[in-house]
Design a protein around this ligand. Structure first.
Ligand SMILES: [Zn+2]
Length: 342
């Protein structure tokens, strides 16, 4: 496609460029370039012609804060706020004509990159489908004297752990591209294993589809598990309906059996987060199957295993393994919620 378009309206003299009178075509061409590993910018100086300048070398992502990064100031914002999510957690974002791939990440991933230390990390509702039970599965937890915009924004800006207590996260291992692998060959590899194999599939010997964790490994300048001084803590949770569904082996939680249990728990404890984070196991067991109580506590304490997603295959939650002792999380060991409180 690239060659055909360049044969038509492209120019290889000097810097590579592509010209068109169609804005839509210029936009599509920009997306195509990003997909084949080039970056580009679009100019429209003559009004009726869009010139796409192709950059074949400078394709490494960087934090675009230039030299004045330290001098930046906060500005209050009063417009609309959007939450965007797509199934593979990878977004195509364009700002001021510059396009890049962008993805959802987890605090432990961000902590490994020292250039991100100056940013306050927040986690907002990650709802990549129309199912309401996924709304609010990621959140920021504050403890404020007064619930006002100023108090919230001030706690974030100052990264004050007495007011900005922690964030709630969905484990990124659920993502469809967390590990490196080949869906058709049934091959799923950790970054270390993939690198050892030269990123070649041990079955078909073709290049593997690289996962997010391996990309983090490439960008990171700190070891796995590193936590910067003063970073706000986090807790991995899952929607209650999905925990109940998993206990019964139900993959789609929108069924009556799941919701009747869900509603009885919320009615007893007040809201879903209280059930997930605070409700005592014995109290939960009084109104629902003790196996559900056990599952809720295991998620709360990070004592569940997630088989990471790879090459388009979703990650899977394993709450109960046949072994007597549940193994600790393989990657970042999760702490109890009380570790985040004073
Ligand atoms: Zn393969």
């Amino acid at each position: 496609m690239f060659n055909a378009l360049m044969d038509g309206d492209g120019s290889f003299s000097g810097g590579w460029t592509y010209s068109t009178s169609s804005k839509k075509l210029a936009d599509n061409f920009q997306e195509l370039l990003l997909k084949i590993g080039y970056s580009c910018s679009i100019s429209n100086s003559r009004g009726d012609e869009y010139v796409v300048s192709i950059n074949r070398k400078s394709t490494t992502p960087f934090l675009n804060c230039g030299q004045d990064c330290e001098g930046r100031s906060w500005e209050d914002y009063r417009g609309e706020v959007y939450c965007l999510e797509v199934p593979n957690h990878t977004l195509y974002v364009r700002r001021n004509g510059k396009a890049c791939w962008c993805g959802n990440s987890d605090p432990p991933m961000n902590w490994r990159l020292s250039t991100l230390d100056k940013l306050a990390l927040v986690s907002n509702s990650d709802s990549h489908s129309s199912w309401p039970w996924r709304i609010g599965r990621e959140a920021n937890v504050f403890e404020l004297e007064r619930l006002t915009y100023q108090e919230v924004i001030d706690a974030i800006r100052k990264r004050d752990p007495t007011r900005f207590k922690f964030t709630i996260e969905t484990d990124p291992a659920y993502g469809k591209y967390h590990w490196t692998g080949h869906r058709n060959c049934n091959v799923s590899l950790s970054p270390q294993e993939a690198i050892k194999l030269g990123n070649r599939c041990p079955v078909c010997h073709k290049r593997l589809t690289k996962g997010v964790e391996q990309r983090v490994e490439e960008l990171a300048d700190r070891p796995m598990g590193f936590k910067p001084e003063g970073a706000i803590g986090y807790l991995h949770l899952l929607p209650l309906s999905e925990i109940i569904g998993t206990v019964f082996g139900i993959t789609y939680p929108g069924v009556q059996k799941v919701w009747s249990i869900y509603n009885s728990l919320v009615a007893r404890f007040g809201d879903e987060y209280t059930v997930l984070m605070d409700a005592p196991k014995e109290e939960i067991s009084k109104i629902v199957d003790p196996k559900i109580a056990e599952a809720i506590v295991r998620v709360r304490e990070g004592r569940v295993k997630i088989t990471p997603g790879y090459d388009g295959v979703y990650g899977q939650l394993v709450i109960f393994e046949e072994k007597k002792e549940a193994p600790p999380l393989e990657k970042v060991k999760q702490r109890s919620i009380t570790d985040f409180l004073l």
